[in-house]
Structures are given as C-alpha cells and as structure tokens.
Design a protein around this ligand. Structure first.
Ligand SMILES: *Cc1c(COP(=O)(O)O)cnc(C)c1O
Length: 304
C-alpha cells in the first residue's frame, strides 16, 4: 500500500572526519515517500496493512501540535484510502500551524484534548469512549511505536548496509531504534541519540527490546547528552550547526531529531569515541515537514 522510492546513500566528504580515517555516509530515509517520509513510513507501513486486513476505514492517532507522526499518519492514510482522526494535545490555535494545516489538508479530522485528559491516551476505557463518540477506528499509538512499527523499522537496514561499522539514529519513543536493533549484524554498533532529556530512555529502550523480544546481534549504545535542553528545545549552537551542515552538504536537518543526532555523531568523532577506520552510517529519519512550523514559531529561516 505504501510503496517506497529508492533511497540514496551519500558519502559525505569533509576533513573533520576524513583526517581521522573515518568514512561518513548518510542514508536519505527522508526521501522514501513523498507523503509519509522518513522513519514514519516504516512505522506505518504494516499498521496500514493490518488496518485494511481488519476491515477498518479510519485510523486514529495522538500527537502534539507539531508532530511528524501526526502529519505522516494523515498523509499516509489519505494515500492509502483511509479516513484519519488526529487527537491533538492542548488547545486549538487558529490559524492552524503548518503541521496541523497540512494534516487537515490531507483529510485528517482534528480533535483537541487538554493535557490532563490527553494523559489517558493509553487507557482502554478511554479508547472505548472515543469509539463511541467518533466511530470505529484502527488505533495507532502516539509516536506510532508498536509491534508492527518495529517490524517495519527492522527493514530500514538492508544487505547493502552490512559493511558499515556504526549505524546512527535519533531516538524519540525508541521504536525506530528497536527495529534497527533487531537487524544489525554482529560486527555492527548501533548508536541512538535521544532527543529527550533524562536517563529514563535507557529503561524505556530495554523495556521495548524485552517486549518485542529483540536480542541484538551487535552492540547497542544510547547517548542522552545531546538533547539541547529537552524535547523540542534548541539553542543557537544547534541552529548554527544545522545551517553549517546545509551549507556543506545541501542536506536539511530538523532541530528536533536529526540535527541533534548528527551534531552528536560529529561530537563523538571529535572526542575520538568513534575509532579510525570506522564506516559510519547516519540515518536521516526525516522530520523536514516540521521545519516550516519551527521557522514560523521562532522567526527563523532554517533551510528546508
Ligand atoms: C518520529 C521521529 C523520530 C523518532 O522515532 P522513534 O521511533 O519514535 O524513536 C526520529 N526522527 C524523526 C525525524 C522523527 O520524525
């Protein structure tokens, strides 16, 4: 139902890493699909198939007002012929920001819940009530992480990626990291860069690996020192980095996920935590849709 474009992997040339004997490449998952880009394509793919199998005609999911997941669910649902409902955290703000505006233009029906009610999003009784109010739906959880999402993200790495020694991704809920952990080879190191502040992410990841019975063949590492103040937070250093990266490579990064991850990887290279001879693969997980809203909100003009 969702058919991927072919994905390019580009080698990035720069003395910052080449002088240390490190090869750095980036896999452009952001180009996998015009509607559902980046890791969200992989997370939604099998969920859409399952929804169709169950005979559902509507997808419902949860998210914040700038959520890449909300946008991708709206776009993918429309593409695959589903109706979609987005339950948005917080009050309605008009005019709609670019993310919600785009979601709505892809046919998503938006409902708003204040933060305290929104917290019930995982409660069965609450979901049943939503079904009574809004009609039947296939539920995609907030952030999109479930067993079928992990099945999808396990397909991000292919045989062509077997030669990389280090695979780097950003972490939100950890669904993408978990799928990658399932697919790395014994000689590979998977490094996840958390966009959220706090040590909880270690436990979160281990509970996902347990839940989905994932036993990584290679080594996994989680970095949580590159959150820049927390989820959705940023500073000038991060924005300058994103501008620099675009100038050098003409590849846009977003300030919520990929910007922090690539910053972290280059910092790890600078620290010599990634050894000479390493072949490093950055996964560009997407998120570019969020840049318009980010620019508007903070009066910036980051490249997109
Ligand atoms: C959603 C998202 C992530 C986080 O993915 P998880 O599976 O929730 O960890 C990373 N990068 C981008 C660009 C995203 O949109």
């Amino acid at each position: 139902m969702l058919i991927p474009n072919s994905i390019a992997t580009e080698i990035l040339h720069h003395p910052l890493w080449e002088n240390q004997g490190i090869e750095l490449s980036i896999k452009r998952l952001d180009q996998v699909h015009a509607q559902a880009s980046g890791n969200k394509f992989y997370k939604l793919k099998y969920n859409l198939e399952e929804a169709k199998k169950q005979g559902k005609t509507t997808l419902l999911t949860f998210g914040g007002a700038y959520s890449n997941h909300i946008y991708a669910t709206a776009a993918a649902a429309e593409y695959a012929g589903f109706k979609s409902i987005g339950i948005i955290r917080g009050e309605e703000t008009l005019p709609l920001n670019p993310t919600l505006g785009a979601a709505q233009s892809h046919g998503m029906e938006l409902h708003y819940l204040n933060r305290s009610v929104y917290r019930n999003k995982k409660e069965e009784a609450f979901i049943e009530n939503l079904k009574k109010e809004l009609g039947d739906f296939y539920l995609v959880p907030e952030g999109g992480t479930n067993a079928l999402a992990v099945k999808g993200t396990a397909e991000i790495m292919t045989e062509a990626d077997a030669g990389y020694s280090h695979i780097c991704t950003s972490i939100g809920t950890g669904g993408t990291f978990s799928g990658l952990a399932r697919s790395i080879g014994p000689e590979q190191v998977l490094i996840g860069f958390s966009s959220l502040k706090g040590d909880f992410i270690h436990e979160e990841i281990y509970s996902l690996l347990t839940q989905f019975q994932i036993h990584p063949k290679g080594k996994i590492e989680i970095m949580n020192q590159y959150h820049f103040g927390g989820y959705g937070k940023h500073n000038e250093e991060l924005l300058d980095f994103i501008r620099w990266f675009y100038q050098e490579f003409q590849i846009p990064l977003d300030p919520v996920y990929t910007g922090k991850m690539v910053f972290g990887v280059l910092n790890q290279i600078k620290n010599r935590s990634i050894p000479a001879g390493a072949k490093v693969l950055l996964l560009h997980t997407g998120g570019i849709q969020g840049l318009a809203g980010f620019n508007q909100r903070f009066g910036l003009s980051l490249p997109l």
